[in-house]
Design a protein around this ligand. Sequence first.
Ligand code: ZN
Length: 401
Amino acid sequence: MSFDLKPHRLSGTIQHYAWGAKGEQALIARLLKITPENDKPYAELWIGAHPKAPSHLIYQGKSYSLDTILSKYPRLVLGEEVVDKFGITLPFLLKILSAQEPLSIQVHPDKQQARLLNQYDPQNYPDSNHKPEIALVLDELECLAGFRPANELRMLLSDYPAIASVLSGHEFIDISDDRQFVRELWQHSLTTFQNQPLIIDQTLKDLARQQNNDSAIDDANVQFFLQMQRQGHAPDFGLLLILFLQYWHLYKSDALFIPAGVLHAYIRGNIVECMTNSDNVIRAGLTTKFKDYQALATVTNPEAQPSIVLPRIHNGKKTYQIAAEEFRLAEIELNEKKYLTINRGEVRIILVLEGEIRISWAGGEELYTSGESILLPAALDKVKISTKHSARFCMVEVEGN
Ligand SMILES: [Zn+2]
């Protein structure tokens, strides 16, 4: 078969993880115009070529997975520079993430750590790639990410003798250097609580007792902690971590970048998420899945912080630039007067969020509506994207090309 140089519709894979949105809340079902099945969670939509769930495209009447197409036509689809730099693989993975319940608290390794984890424990770490990620908020997002500032953590320990007393054998509470204090708090928490469900359980009970007696302690972290307890969440290191991590409440078009080493958990909301082509996760808590304390100790960097990414705005295109060469996420708003042109060079993936776009190229034109995702092959030249009314879409390109 010879490859047809045109935009190709991609069909993504829905992941029905337990924390996903259900029923009327299920944004992914709404975008894809499917009726959500009763009580079935619609957590993530994956668009890309990750071996766990590659997207498919219809070509000459047959369905092919994107990675099959990439291996047959790497330079036409990915582009010369992308193949030379990253090999025959799509360097990024695009998702819609729709959370009704909290995800596990997790951290992602850097490139070198990812290679080592894969080498020593391929069963738990089948992926040898790092996973920096950016969350672009579609409506609202509540999440935990990065440790709270040292002064807040010191206050927390003085407000909660239950935690301080378990950790009290350690002198770090008096450390005046902020960075060292946070580092030591993390290390001592890890050694005190890892694989110690009884200690965790006792500490949580003491905390709950104190909170019942002391309604004065009232911040977003404590509210979330109490909510998880009321729901009968099993004793878990993650419940304590809720109190240590920074609580973020973000709104439409805000973007949060989470680099390697930052502990984080999305709690509720809808986002477009873009990351390197990786599913490399080390879990710390709020989950019954495998928790690897040794990897947590190595990979977590309590000083690393997420960052709000302010877009560079040009002609209705907002580009969210981050420190990862594998991808660059952009959000584009068009109206009947505004259009976007794209020339040959590198692979791009588009996901229509609102309205309808028209893509025209030398060989034709086609309409795409919200929820559809489209592969623009690198060798496709002189593409014009426009709309009759108004439309919003996001586009992923490879950084640095
Ligand atoms: Zn993550």
